[in-house]
Design a protein around this ligand. Sequence first.
Ligand SMILES: C[S@@+](CC[C@H](N)C(=O)[O-])C[C@H]1O[C@@H](n2cnc3c(N)ncnc32)[C@H](O)[C@@H]1O
Length: 268
Amino acid sequence: MTERLDRVARGWDEAADGYEQYFVPRFAAWVKTAVGAIGGVPDGPVLVPCCGTFPELELLVERFPGRELAGIDLSGGMVRRARERAARLDHPSVQVVQADASSLDARWSGLCAAVVSVFGLQQLPDPEAAIRSWVGALTSGGRMCVVYWPGETEDDGPFALLGKVIGERSDYSWEDRLLADLGEAVIERDELVSYPMTHPDAATYFDAADHAGPMRALALARGDAYIADLRARFVADAPAGEWTHHPRARLIVVRKPLSRAEAARPTS
Ligand SMILES: C[S@@+](CC[C@H](N)C(=O)[O-])C[C@H]1O[C@@H](n2cnc3c(N)ncnc32)[C@H](O)[C@@H]1O
């Protein structure tokens, strides 16, 4: 594992318990949108790269009873939580694999009815390669539904303010190239999806992002003094009291077409 990947994994290990409590309920509408976008698909397993604590699972079990469902996550802490969720649901064929989801294991290639992933793509070192790998896992007629946080999620609000106080913009040029080079796959949807999200106050949001969210890896890299300075600037610039915003995520739905022979086969 590279040093960067190791830090990402350790960050999410430390964040896992808090993530389930703070972010899972706030991200639920996007999870529902992503799973709902799968629609009708052929037989085959459903993969969930970057599953975290696996909040997609309840919806998938309901939608695909009896199917093989597999979550994949880099973080051991997240995988432990996801396995606890799977055990509670008692679905016969759920597995949670600890692995780098940037490039899926070859055993899934051309086999999967669906690949659904929420809020993981933007964290991967090479999102374009990941998308190609995820589409490569689809069987004919299968669908990939991805929701991720783009470089611009909102004009103001806590996500925008956090980006401003951190002040270093990651390279998001990959967003424009994401859907190039997917071969015969058909892009069915590419849109921004926004829902309201409410935080009790600015400090509570900051502490959740720090201890229970994506900032944990940054905190591990930069240390306590850096985070304390960020926090002070964030709270000073934020509005007082409860804070509701409407961040926009990007939803992408891609379908692998049926082969000519499959398309010509009579359906009854
Ligand atoms: C924001 S959480 C999203 C979890 C879940 N899908 C949800 O919607 O709540 C992002 C997850 O991506 C995982 N992740 C980050 N980089 C990864 C990688 N290279 N391979 C697999 N998982 C990764 C993290 O461990 C974390 O659990």
